[in-house]
Design a protein around this ligand. Structure first.
Ligand code: SAH
Length: 249
């Protein structure tokens, strides 16, 4: 079924109206007719199944068919702070992170990052990464498009995360996975959780100390050393599973 983003002002208790460029798209490109159905997303995680009742040149009117659909979004915000990896790894990480329910991805310059992007390259990379997020969001049925932020320095990233409820810093030298589980047991609806993953070369020891000073929880993802892309996917999978299993609303 086709999905359209509709502003909240155009959604009432039983009707959705579509105005602007989507009208031409629905009427003349998709050639949809009255009685056909589509999904309206309000951009904030709510979505509605709608049945078209009227088509004019300016407006599509549709009745909300089944009330609000159950949201596919997690009840918490997951923000991935990813140490800039080499080559195409970031693309893979973004795609998988979006599939797993991430809300925001922040590429971070860390001391052991091999890749150094100049300003021009940063801009084009972010645009490319954002488009990967958008395709992954559509493919995986997300009702929001996760943002890929501008590349940040490590200190700035820690500062941004200092306002979050939980900041996890997976580190291969940490002992035991219990600390991670215990931390995830405290998760409540509406929280924001930051996850810091080092680049291929890992974190410097002083970066770990700095994260701890800023309220970061140093945690293990198991006894084996994971590649940076595996670590991000594993950390997000663990969080997603643990949060969904709690069935928070
Ligand atoms: N410097 C390391 C590898 C770094 S792996 C080495 O070559 O030996 C890249 C990142 O993945 C790490 O910075 C860490 O954030 C994460 N990571 C990898 N394995 C991990 C594990 N077992 N537990 C927690 N984090 C891990």
């Amino acid at each position: 079924m086709f999905h359209f983003f509709v502003s909240q002002d155009n959604i009432s208790s039983d009707t959705v109206t579509i105005t602007g460029s989507d009208v031409n798209h629905i009427k003349n490109v998709l050639r949809m007719k009255t009685g056909e159905k589509f999904i309206a997303n309000d951009g904030n995680g709510a979505s509605y199944c709608c049945k078209i009742s009227e088509i004019t040149d300016e407006m599509i009117t549709a009745e909300i068919d089944e009330g609000q659909l159950q949201s596919n979004e997690l009840p918490v915000k997951l923000v991935l702070f990813q140490g800039l990896p080499k080559a195409d790894k970031m693309e893979l990480i973004i795609q998988k992170a979006v599939e797993l329910g991430v809300n925001e991805i922040v590429p971070v310059e860390m001391n052991r990052c091999v890749v150094k992007l100049d300003e021009k390259k940063k801009k084009s990379k972010i645009a490319r990464w954002q488009s990967i997020s958008e395709s992954a969001a559509k493919q995986s049925g997300r009702t929001i498009i996760p943002t890929v932020c501008d590349v940040m320095k490590y200190g700035d990233a820690l500062k941004k995360a200092s306002e979050y409820d939980i900041v996890l810093v997976p580190y291969e030298c940490a002992d035991g996975v219990k600390a991670l589980q215990e931390k995830l047991d405290t998760v409540e609806s509406g929280m924001t959780i930051g996850i810091f993953i080092g680049p291929e070369g890992g974190f410097e020891e002083y970066e770990i100390e700095k994260a701890e000073k800023n309220g970061g929880q140093i945690v293990s993802l198991g006894k084996r050393i994971l590649r940076t892309e595996t670590a991000s996917i594993a950390a997000l999978s663990i969080c997603m599973y643990s949060i969904e299993a709690k069935e928070l609303i």
